[in-house]
Design a binder for this molecule. Structure first.
Ligand code: BES
Ligand code: MN
Ligand code: MN
Length: 462
């Protein structure tokens, strides 16, 4: 792999310039106004794959945004790795809070990234991390050191629920045949504490609408006499947690797999500083379910969070009004073996049942996804561990993440393949938030680590 690593160090600047170019295209999948840019990004990725040395590159249409496919099959006797990533990004708002425009990437130094970090929407999630794979692939192909057959499947709808990827996968099972799936769309503990993600939470996402009177009312004439949907919604939401911050929806915890004391003790070995955590978020203390540590609350326990709430008058000054309607968007993060459809139904039945007389409640489910866990005794995990050890000089810690990548469970179901989550982002990289960034250290270290995965996977497959 010396040639590959030399190629990487000789091409570092170009690798950065090419990522910056990719980050300039605003591929926001949630907003139809950017449809042209999302499409353009797919073509840009296809082009990058071709230039890197991929064959059979195709921008595959779906009912939504295309999936970009490409491969380089060198020997049928070698194992095949399928790389997944996404080229779509989250919306950039609130735009005012960005210190530089979200689609004009710049490199700035931060305390955590003294060598500099790229500030742009998608820098870490997932353009930066996905592009590491394209560059690592290029380095291996151009150096003629490719230890496995490699396939790419890069989608454009991850941030909106990957609704069309399932159909693509079902229709392309032969083309996607592989031995393992490799993804960089998660994080690690710190730049000197590498980790491999071994679990993801599932997701159930609903929107609720509470209606009181059939029109907005004068809050003096009617106040005190009718159900104010905003008051009621606030009350209903507050009742979803008890004093221990347990979720009160009947049946919600029925299928939750509790970890053994040994497993929890193992988890507790991963470094975590309560002080640093609070300081980074400028909070006096943490808040969460009684009986669990912060890392546990954020990974092995299910949650329910309001993501948005609105209704009534929010303009300048005061308007005395009781609104007819109030709304909220609510996400529930799920853990094995909770089923998103079942949880959505439990929520729906419960939320309707607690609505007082004089109100009407409508619950609309959005996209969801199943949780996933990966074993650490697979050759895929071992290969990842060996790769990190090569470049970081220390073995990575297995860590379950709180985020969701619903397609991981889907890949397992449809393709029968486990996914290895080699993420290089940090929790402090502000993904989905203003000033998202990705460390140059992380970008380059990722590109350097990936080829070692292929070497180790080849070795361990023998
Ligand atoms: N890459 C993230 C998920 C992630 C980030 C997992 C960091 C672990 C660590 C992904 O793009 C994402 O944002 N997923 C969504 C779910 C999706 C259905 C919109 C999420 O977790 O909110
Ligand atoms: Mn992502
Ligand atoms: Mn994301």
């Amino acid at each position: 792999m010396d040639k590959t690593q030399n190629y990487i160090s000789e091409n570092k600047e170009r690798f950065l310039d090419e990522l910056l170019e990719l980050l300039r295209i605003p591929s926001i999948s949630a907003d139809a106004a950017y449809a042209g840019d999302v499409q353009k990004t797919a073509e840009h990725i296809a082009d990058s794959l071709k230039k890197a040395g991929a064959e059979n590159v195709e921008v595959c249409p779906t009912a939504g945004y295309p999936v970009v496919y490409g491969d380089k099959m060198i020997d049928p006797s070698l194992p095949t790795v399928l790389v997944y990533g996404h080229y779509d990004v989250q919306p950039a708002d609130p735009i005012d809070l960005w210190t530089s425009p979200p689609f004009e990437p710049v490199v700035k130094k931060t305390d955590i990234h003294p060598d500099g970090a790229i500030f742009a929407r998608g820098a870490c999630d997932d353009k930066g991390q996905m592009f590491m794979h394209v560059k690592a692939f290029e380095a291996m192909v151009q150096s003629e050191e490719q230890p496995c057959n490699i396939k790419f499947m890069i989608e454009g709808e991850e941030e909106v629920g990957s609704e069309n990827l399932g159909v693509f996968v079902k229709e392309n099972k032969e083309r996607l045949k592989a031995d393992v799936i490799l993804v960089s769309d998660t994080g690690m503990l710190a730049n000197d504490v590498p980790s491999v993600t071994t679990g993801l939470r599932g997701l159930s996402y609903v929107e609720v609408e509470v209606t009181g009177p059939n029109r907005d009312l004068h809050s003096g004439l009617y106040g005190g006499c009718v159900a104010n949907p905003i008051n009621i919604l606030a009350k209903m939401i507050a009742s979803l947690h008890d004093e221990n911050n347990h979720i009160t929806i009947p049946g919600f915890y029925d299928k939750v797999v509790e970890l053994s004391d040994e497993e929890r003790a193992e988890m507790a070995k991963a470094p975590f500083s309560h002080e640093a955590y609070c300081k980074a978020l400028d909070m006096e203390d943490v808040y969460g379910e009684a009986g669990y540590s912060t890392p546990e609350r954020g990974s092995i326990r299910p949650t329910l969070d309001v993501n948005g709430i609105w209704g009534g008058y929010t303009g300048e000054g005061a308007k005395t009004v009781i609104a007819s309607k109030a709304y909220a968007k609510i996400s529930m993060r799920l853990v094995p073996d909770q089923d998103p459809v079942e949880i959505t139904n439990l929520f729906l039945n419960h939320f309707e049942s607690i609505a007082p007389k004089g109100t009407k409640v409508v619950v609309t489910p959005h996209h969801g996804g199943e949780p996933a866990v990966t074993p650490i005794d697979s050759i895929g995990y071992k290969a990842a561990s060996m790769a990190y050890e090569k470049t970081f000089g220390t073995k990575p810690i297995p860590v379950r993440s709180g985020g969701s990548i619903p397609i991981v469970a889907m890949f397992e179901k449809e393709l029968g393949l486990k996914t290895i989550l080699m993420g290089f982002g940090l929790d402090s990289d502000a993904i989905h938030s203003p000033n998202e960034h990705y460390g140059l250290f992380n970008y380059y270290r990722g590109i350097e680590t990936i080829p070692h995965f292929y070497v180790a996977f080849n070795e361990l497959s023998k």
